[in-house]
Design a protein around this ligand. Structure first.
Ligand SMILES: C[S@@+](CC[C@H](N)C(=O)[O-])C[C@H]1O[C@@H](n2cnc3c(N)ncnc32)[C@H](O)[C@@H]1O
Length: 257
């Protein structure tokens, strides 16, 4: 099995539970994310006075259950979500139906997107880079489909930091998940142990490396935001296992085309 099939199979299985228990209140979490994203997605288009002209065409790559895609759709934008896992897409479509939102969820590979050059005002991805075999190729691909004047946004963190303290925290987090959700981490380990050596950012992405890759594909005004308000919110309001296992490393890199 190649790396992508392994990754797809894992996320097909994980779609049954992914995202269900991270936040105590989905509504509050969404509001915090909306505020953070609203500033970041400002472009010449969003400054227009006419409401229709302000609408952005947004792509969420590795959309999963559609967390960000649905937030942007609620904000009134035209949104497309792409994912390699068909089971995740069933979840995202189901979530959109429940919320009566119209989002185009499509099957596709982040390293080879099924879109023409310069299709989207904003291309975003959250918690995806760590599981991508060719991060440089992927970032080139995401930048290719951004319009001139548009933005590429990447949100990631240090998920599998090898420091002993973090290993201990992840162990504790896994115990809590096992006791509270009856979900074991064995599947993650068995799928990812076969492919992690092929994933340059498996331990997690660091902002400097991402800024470097953004510069290499020619993005301008590249910046990093440590998403302090979201970190603080997650510290208070994420479930215990998530708080313990994930160190405060979340960041958003932003580049303009
Ligand atoms: C950690 S989840 C993040 C989901 C979502 N972005 C979020 O923030 O909740 C990673 C997602 O990326 C998807 N994925 C992994 N590799 C992919 C690839 N090569 N192309 C598209 N999606 C991919 C997985 O199926 C999974 O839904």
């Amino acid at each position: 099995m190649n790396a992508k099939s392994n990754i797809r199979s894992y996320w097909d299985w994980r779609s049954q539970t992914y995202g269900n228990t991270v936040y105590k209140s989905q509504g509050d979490a969404k509001q915090i994310w909306k505020t953070a994203l609203n500033d970041a997605i400002r472009t010449d288009k969003t400054n227009k006075t006419d409401e229709t002209d302000k609408k952005l065409n947004i792509l969420d790559v590795g959309t999963g259950t559609g967390f960000l895609a649905l937030i942007f759709a609620e904000m009134g934008h035209d949104v497309t979500g792409v994912d390699i896992s068909k089971h995740m897409l069933e979840k995202s479509r189901d979530n959109a139906d429940k919320m009566r939102l119209d989002v185009d969820f499509m099957h596709g590979d982040a390293e080879n997107l099924p879109f023409e050059d310069e299709t989207f005002d904003i291309v975003i991805n959250r918690h995806l880079l760590w599981t991508i075999p060719n991060p440089g190729v992927a970032i080139g691909e995401w930048s290719r489909v951004v319009t001139s004047g548009g933005k590429l946004m990447l949100i990631d963190g240090m998920w599998h930091d090898s420091a002993i303290s973090m290993r201990l925290r992840r162990f504790l987090g896994r115990m809590i998940v096992f006791m509270t959700e009856k979900r074991s981490s064995r599947r993650f380990t068995s799928y990812y142990s076969q492919v992690k050596d092929q994933l340059p950012f498996f331990s997690g992405s660091n902002p400097d490396a991402v800024v470097d890759m953004f510069n290499k594909v020619g993005l301008k005004n590249v910046s990093v935001d440590n998403l302090e308000k979201i970190r603080a919110y997650e510290n208070e309001n994420a479930c215990l296992s998530y708080k313990i296992a994930n160190n405060p490393s979340l960041f958003m890199a932003l580049g303009e085309k």
